[in-house]
Write a protein that binds this ligand. Sequence first.
Ligand SMILES: Cc1cc2nc3c(=O)[nH]c(=O)nc-3n(C[C@H](O)[C@H](O)[C@H](O)COP(=O)(O)OP(=O)(O)OC[C@H]3O[C@@H](n4cnc5c(N)ncnc54)[C@H](O)[C@@H]3O)c2cc1C
Length: 488
Amino acid sequence: MTRHAVVIAGGGPTGLMLAAELALSRVDVAIVERRASQDLAGSRAGGLHSRTIEVLDQRGIADRFLSQGKVVQSVPIAMIPLDISDFPTRHNYFLSLWQEGIERTLAAWASELAVPFYRGCEVTGFAQDGTGVDVELEGGRSLRAKYLVGCDGGRSLIRKRAGIDFPGWDPSISYLNAEVAMTEEPPWGIRRDERGINALGKLEDGKRVRVVLNEPQVRQGGEPTLDDLREALIAVYATDFGVHDVTHLSRFTDAARQAASYREKRVLLAGDAAHVHSPQGGQGLNTGVQDAVNLAWKLAQVVRGTSAESLLDTYHAERHPIGARVLKSTMAMAALSRGDERTNALRETMSELLSMDEPRKRYAGMMSGLDIRYDLGRGHALLGRRMPDLDLVTKSGPRRAFTLLHHARPVLLNLGEPGALDITPWADRVERVDARYAGRWELPVLGEVPAPAAALIRPDGHVAWVGDGTDQGLREALTTWCGPPREG
Ligand SMILES: Cc1cc2nc3c(=O)[nH]c(=O)nc-3n(C[C@H](O)[C@H](O)[C@H](O)COP(=O)(O)OP(=O)(O)OC[C@H]3O[C@@H](n4cnc5c(N)ncnc54)[C@H](O)[C@@H]3O)c2cc1C
């Protein structure tokens, strides 16, 4: 039986990001993916939010995405654009880029890092015991892993077989997503009706049409048909524009569900396998990629034996609340997208509120993911928040803070007396960098915060300890996040 330390079921954006992150930490990881190639039917996600671009920048690969996409200096909430050009980040924009391009770029990175793919192959089940998981593949083959991660999308087999509940809300609306030809020229752009949004846009070839349409009745699952599409077009536009030559037709809904637990012993969930919701606000792919970045370094440390298995519980503790708030905000956005007079009045009121500076910053901070704070206790404002990408001066010259994270290792950034803060018992795992920084410390939404004397930065870029000129609490933080000190 072939063995890997970690097997990932599903090579969508979440599985690809997780695999690359694990490989970067030198973990033997493999992806099992049902699709034979990275080709993706239909358009799905339309881009990357600021924090996702930042996490890619932390690994030195943001340019690969930026060179393909188009920058938009606002984030939409229920189609109300929120300006983020004044946010203190190098990536104060949304990057418009289709999911297929994002997946291909992540897959190329994973391949560079020599991640093995079992493509055109489905996980059909698994059995876990005290030391690992037997992962069954179609055709009777199996793999043995220490951990199995379900990144297998909203209908996750891994979640179901692990017996993890998926509580939430049934859909209030269903949409058809299609790529078609039309005999008559349709009215391009967005049309709102009582139920929600409809959109007709030109595909890249300038001739064919990308259609997003709400359906007269809520439908779930099943394969939508050309007749369903005609019926929905007629219900909104009173004609089907001679629709024909359908190359993609799928259905999505605003069902909102979240896994009750992101971990069942040696089985973990990430991405859509852990949370599904309306695509409004473009949160799904972004949340999945960030789940992966939170989980990967923890799993790497546990697999290597530098940290106890309990570190994995912090993955659920930190990411479940983030998923829950995505469900809540997307439910609000789906409700606000209806076109009846009362909802129109509510949207106008929201729009007015969001034009004020503080509400705009708060909501743009949430949509962009830049405001995320993991609950690591009380203390300095930086604690649990993302480390800003400061322009540092080190003894080898100027360096951006994010470049310190390229190898996905924890970093102790010492901005005080060079050589202070002895971390010898963790020197094999933690990089200590002495640097100077003379500028302001400005955080998204919060504004300026006092300059810290040092910061322990986790591989995901979140700050786990903030120094005030002493080493108080540093030992405990290093033990919690980087494992116990090495003896002798
Ligand atoms: C119409 C639409 C628009 C969207 N717009 C946005 C947007 O603008 N922004 C955004 O962030 N998100 C958006 N999303 C959501 C986004 O597409 C998903 O959140 C994202 O794809 C989730 O990634 P994932 O890797 O977790 O899951 P998936 O992309 O679903 O990938 C799961 C992978 O697992 C594979 N798989 C499944 N079962 C098995 C198995 N048993 N064995 C092996 N392989 C398996 C599948 O083939 C697939 O490749 C949109 C979604 C839709 C439908």
